[in-house]
Design a protein around this ligand. Structure first.
Ligand SMILES: [Zn+2]
Length: 428
């Protein structure tokens, strides 16, 4: 059985190789790999992703045309081997700006869209807030291999960095992704699509929830990144829109040409991205900004390939748009399969933790729902002096207060500029 598995994997890799000798772009996204490899690892995965997509699509058509801004908190893991890979905060802030501009249609190049697509260009009404940056030095390499995706980057035990509350936070890992074996092409990033009607229900074919999120190569993160990714003499012009594209996948979008065609299946005008307002497109754009490309000539309402769309493979400089239907789908996913992201944002930190026993004599337990690992909780006396502190290491924190004299104390937790305080009484 295992041999059969490797056989299929080798077929996948070989299909890269064969297409690679024809017109394989040097740079691409690993979304197809996510679907194909996970279908082998977890039979039924593709059906589950498809069903999940259809559900979000159906819900998007009548329920979620409201205009509320949906907010998502983001945890960024910088997993680096060299200092060059340890991207500084300026680049991380820049990437957050590019992401927010794209999802609020505030990107400077939004007006460069051709007239034919102007009426479908849409503000997604989704905003991202940086919750935490985690930096991990590693000796590991992260590569698409014969046994799977570079998910080691998401696991402490394999030289990566464990996800933080993936139900509540969008986790983004930034690392050096190794070139694809044999052909040397480069995955810029990949993301897991939403899968399952509830969030990863038990018994559903899916990789485990702690692998959920987005992975981006460090050379294409942000638009002010001094690192340049060059493959086969071709440099990738990074504008921070690889992350926009991958977050699009994470929120349910497919490639604009339909994921069945393109790299694995050649041109296919019969394959569709499921969006009514995107033009029919038979293959990915091969980078660049070719405005005359038209891979599917339709009988009615023919339109050129939409190189302006974030879900194409056009050059990042010419990408500027999500369409109305794409926006409705992403918002539907945020109200359904990924609704815990939005509810986490709006959670009241006052109500997100409890302390027991209280009054107490020798120890207290602090139970919290969404505190960020590494943040601190402080115990102060009535004069405001810190008498004890503890690092948040999980959902339950224990504090030994047996050395403290009896009286009134205050537990303080600070996060995102907000402070939450609870009274503690210690008695003999
Ligand atoms: Zn993609």
């Amino acid at each position: 059985m295992k041999q059969l598995f490797y056989f299929f994997i080798i077929i996948i890799i070989t299909s890269f190789t064969m297409v690679g000798q024809q017109s394989q772009p040097n740079f691409y996204c690993g979304y197809d790999d996510v679907i194909k490899i996970n279908e082998l690892l977890f039979p039924g995965y593709k059906t589950n992703v498809d069903q999940s997509f259809r559900y979000a699509e159906a819900m998007s058509s009548f329920h979620y045309r409201n205009t509320d801004v949906l907010k998502v908190k983001v945890v960024i893991h910088v997993v680096y081997k060299t200092e060059m890979e340890n991207l500084n905060d300026t680049i991380i802030q820049n990437q957050m700006e590019v992401l927010n501009k794209a999802f609020r249609l505030q990107n400077e190049n939004r007006t460069e869209i051709r007239d034919i697509f102007k009426d479908i260009q849409s503000d997604a009404g989704i905003e991202f807030e940086l919750q935490e940056v985690i930096r991990v030095k590693t000796n590991a390499n992260f590569a698409l291999t014969l046994t799977g995706l570079p998910d080691a980057v998401k696991q402490n035990s394999r030289g990566g960095s464990d996800a933080i509350n993936p139900e509540n936070f969008l986790n983004i890992w930034v690392c050096r992704i190794q070139p694809i074996p044999f052909i040397g092409g480069q995955i810029l990033g990949y993301a897991y699509p939403p899968s399952g009607l509830a969030n990863w229900p038990e018994g559903t074919a899916a990789p485990s929830q702690n692998l959920d999120g987005v992975v981006i190569d460090f050379r294409v993160f942000g638009s002010n990144n001094p690192n340049i990714l060059t493959v086969n003499g071709q440099s990738h012009d990074a504008q921070g829109r690889t992350t926009v594209h991958e977050v699009g996948h994470y929120l349910g979008l497919r490639h604009i040409w339909g994921d069945g065609g393109g790299i694995f299946g050649g041109n296919s005008c019969a394959e569709d991205d499921g969006m009514a307002d995107t033009p029919n497109q038979g293959a990915q754009s091969p980078g660049g900004c070719n405005k005359s490309a038209n891979t599917c000539i339709d009988q009615q309402n023919d339109k050129p390939d939409m190189i302006e769309n974030y879900m194409d493979y056009s050059g990042e400089v010419c990408q500027n748009t999500f369409t109305k239907d794409q926006v409705n789908l992403m918002r539907s996913v945020l109200m359904n399969q990924r609704s815990t992201l939005v509810s986490a944002y709006s959670i009241d930190i006052e109500k997100s933790w409890t302390v027991y026993p209280n009054p107490t004599t020798d120890q207290i337990f602090i139970k919290n729902e969404l505190w960020s690992i590494g943040n601190r909780v402080l115990l102060k006396n009535v004069t405001g002096a810190v008498v004890l502190e503890a690092m948040v290491s999980g959902n339950l924190i224990q504090m030994d207060i047996s050395q403290l004299s009896q009286g009134l104390y205050f537990l303080e937790y600070h996060n995102q500029g907000k402070t939450s305080i609870q009274k503690i009484i210690i008695h003999d």
